[in-house]
Design a protein around this ligand. Structure first.
Ligand SMILES: [Zn+2]
Length: 154
């Protein structure tokens, strides 16, 4: 039957087309992956370049780098502050020697045995909230002093 021959031919043609499309698609996917890898390499390289420049010219960078240098320094400072807050929230201190997280009040690192520094400077700012409490007893002092000069005048 001519109709069946036709259908068979069309099916074969469709199959070939599908195979070609699959090849094209895998080629496209492969190229996209290679582009993504090259872009990542470029980003990493520029990042390293920036870090090298920042380290080499921390004190003598050119004017055009000023805002980026300030932003980088700010970001580093923010990371440091947030890490300290995170350690505080977790109740841990990080060993400077091996990087292990150790109980905040531990005298020695449980991982490497290094002596842990005494915690304190991080919580220093919280003390300011207690300042108003000290004003209450201070008000009583002047009332006592007011009576004494009055007596000495007479
Ligand atoms: Zn350690």
């Amino acid at each position: 039957m001519a109709i069946w021959d036709d259908i068979t031919k069309k099916a074969a043609a469709l199959g070939e087309k599908a195979v070609k499309q699959a090849k094209d698609l895998s080629e496209v996917a492969k190229l996209k992956l290679q582009i993504a890898e090259a872009e990542k390499t470029a980003e990493d390289t520029y990042s390293q370049l920036g870090r090298l420049y920042a380290a080499a010219h921390a004190d003598d960078y050119e004017e055009g780098f000023a805002s980026l240098m300030a932003a980088a320094v700010n970001a580093e400072q923010t990371i440091k502050t947030l890490r300290n807050q995170l350690n505080d929230a977790k109740g841990v201190a990080v060993c400077e020697k091996c990087g292990a997280e150790v109980a905040k009040d531990a005298a020695f690192c449980s991982a490497c045995g290094a002596e842990m520094p005494k915690p304190a400077p991080v919580e220093a700012e919280v003390v300011t909230e207690e300042a108003p409490v000290e004003e209450a007893p201070a008000e009583e002092a002047p009332t006592v002093e007011e009576e004494t000069p009055a007596e000495t005048v007479e």
